[in-house]
Design a protein around this ligand. Sequence first.
Ligand SMILES: C[S@@+](CC[C@H](N)C(=O)[O-])C[C@H]1O[C@@H](n2cnc3c(N)ncnc32)[C@H](O)[C@@H]1O
Length: 280
Amino acid sequence: MTTEIQKTWNDVASHWDDWGPPLRPCREDVQLMRNHVIHWLGKNPVGKLRIFLCGVTPEIVTMDWPCSIELTAMDQSQRMIDAVWPGDLPSMRRALVGNWLQPELEPHSHDVAFNDGGFGFFDHPAGLRELLSSIRFLIRPGGLFVGRNFVQADQRESLPDVLAAARSGRIGNFHCFKWRLAMALQPNVVEGIQQHDIWHAWTAAEIDPTQLPQPGWSERAVRTIEFYRDKPAILRFPTLAEFHELLTESFDEIEICYGHYELSDRCPIVSARPKPSVGA
Ligand SMILES: C[S@@+](CC[C@H](N)C(=O)[O-])C[C@H]1O[C@@H](n2cnc3c(N)ncnc32)[C@H](O)[C@@H]1O
């Protein structure tokens, strides 16, 4: 199966080092995620923490875990695993090629599930609902879900406002610009925004990154927008309220926290507990 979104991730895999925060988690994000685990372990001590990870995000895999772990990472892109996964370690971590919607793992076989991004590839609300339900099904009763997701601003920015901010040097990093551009172009979460349209808006704006007033966007970061050219795949950015509404169907005890970096207000870290009453 090669979905449209997989084509993008196959391209990203071969240029992984060009991809940076906030699209990848920074040290502060990892620390916040770790704090959630420590807090949970305080009330739920385990000999070995069984973790399910959506994707192969190396910053999460290699974090300073507060206890011994057995981590299963799942990604549908073999190329992402080949390029980004830090390697299997017997009885400690493994990466599987698979689909989060049909993970083919024992139900309730994990203490904690993590994600860093990746939920914007699912249609809204049906696809995201199915994903959250699938993740919930993997976590044992009383377990924990921790994820960082990208959300639309409560008041969508306009395209001219984002472009003006970029031209006046008020957007420090190209990945932040790319996300703000994408979110400004998205009419609503149901329609989402096609990757090609993000690329098109960038080229139509005719911004020369070398002439911007701020220290500059790295050439390698700017090149990542080329992954979107001619890609029909849709990205979707729910508002936090839209995400929260679906999350509450499968999870409760929801807590939200944020880092302090540029655009962190659109990268909330959510922790939640699987609802005992749903499913099994
Ligand atoms: C986890 S997400 C976000 C990446 C992360 N924020 C990062 O940059 O470190 C990206 C990964 O999700 C994977 N992915 C997307 N949808 C998937 C699905 N339904 N099942 C398995 N993997 C999926 C893609 O192949 C890609 O490697």
